[in-house]
Design a protein around this ligand. Structure first.
Ligand SMILES: Nc1nc2c(c(=O)[nH]1)N[C@H]1C(S)=C(S)[C@@H](COP(=O)(O)O)O[C@H]1N2
Ligand SMILES: [Mo]
Length: 325
């Protein structure tokens, strides 16, 4: 694994522009829909600039203080760090590939197909799935199975608020999240590095857990393509590969999903992938982690990535060997 952090000096502004172009286009589209929300937010907020602010940028959402970190322990990574060091194999396997190439992915318009064991299957616009008037900011630790970690201020809604609209049936035990399959824009999909499309899944009670987050923004702005625009999940107590990006399909199933990394290398990756310092990857220790931008294993890995008190009841009585793999 090569850890190479780009600084702003390494990133020509021409490579950043597409994201901001997308942003303003998106803002433009949102003004109508967000107008009413803007007025309501303005009334609640009362600030002189509030109406303009709320209408222009629905992603400037309030922090939910229940879901944040101690800044003395977990310093926020910069926007630049979070958007220039990524795993998104659809755009190549180098950490800087997504930053370079993800702008090729067309994210407007974007629809999500919903199927399987639910009462409201169909094709949904993102705006129908995610209530943009309810966006909130949450600061989460993110731990990649490779050993690096960051702290991100995401903007989104609980996954539960999305799934509830789809009315999963009692038979649905799991939910799958499928990434966009568009080899013309995602050249990694012309290679066999993974089985495409990228599929991840959760048990229903995991997906419905208050921590499980549906992300549409970062740092008060629209989610950059390299981080999984326009819709990705973040499951902070699991290794990063569980958090699928650029989601175009949500499927409810009775059987455990065959997630991409478990299909690719079943001897190394499983379905659960809960973070545990005591269960090593077959090729490296998970006892410590590299909190970027440091390049050293500078801190201990935490059980469930530090969210144990909130999530361990999900797994009462289950086999430890299974759970952390
Ligand atoms: N579609 C898709 N989703 C993906 C991946 C990927 O390659 N393709 N990589 C995963 C891995 S291994 C990690 S660590 C996180 C990285 O998210 P970030 O780039 O926003 O930090 O995305 C996850 N989601
Ligand atoms: Mo990862």
């Amino acid at each position: 694994m090569i850890l190479k952090i780009k600084t702003s000096a390494d990133v020509p502004s021409s490579e950043i522009t597409p994201e901001s172009v997308y942003h303003s286009r998106r803002d433009f589209m949102k003004v109508g829909a967000a107008g009413a929300a803007g007025l309501a937010a303005a009334a609640a907020f009362g600030g002189v600039n509030a109406p303009l602010f709320a209408q222009a940028n629905p992603y400037a959402a309030p922090l939910n203080p229940k879901f944040t970190v101690d800044p003395a322990v977990d310093k926020l990574n910069t926007y630049e760090q979070i958007t220039s060091f990524n795993n998104f194999y659809e755009f190549g396997t180098d950490k800087s590939d997504p930053m370079r190439y993800a702008s090729r992915m067309k994210v407007v318009p974007w629809t999500v197909d919903v199927d399987g064991l639910c009462n409201k299957p169909g094709k949904y616009d993102v705006e129908k799935l995610v209530d943009f008037k309810q966006l909130e900011e949450r600061v989460y630790r993110h731990r990649c199975v490779e050993g690096w970690s960051m702290v991100m201020p995401w903007v989104g809604v609980p996954i539960k608020s999305v799934l509830d609209k789809l009315q999963p049936q009692a038979k649905a035990k799991y939910v799958e999240f499928h990434t966009l399959l568009r080899p013309g824009e995602m050249f990694g999909q012309k290679t066999g590095v993974l089985q495409w499309p990228y599929v991840e899944g959760l048990r229903m009670d995991e997906a419905m857990h208050p921590l499980a987050f549906m992300v549409v923004g970062l740092y008060g702005k629209v989610l950059p393509n390299q981080n999984g625009a326009p819709l990705r999940i973040h499951i902070p107590w699991k290794y990063g590969f569980k958090s699928g990006k650029s989601i175009v399909r949500i499927r409810f199933t009775e059987t455990m999903p065959r997630n991409t990394w478990a299909v690719q290398t079943p001897s190394e990756y499983g379905f659960w992938a809960n973070v545990n310092p005591e269960v090593d990857h077959p090729r490296w220790s998970q006892a410590r982690e590299t909190r970027l931008p440091s390049l050293l294993r500078n801190r201990p890995t935490l059980l469930f990535n530090g969210y144990a008190d909130q999530v361990q009841s999900l797994y009462a009585g289950m086999d430890k060997k299974v759970l952390f793999y």
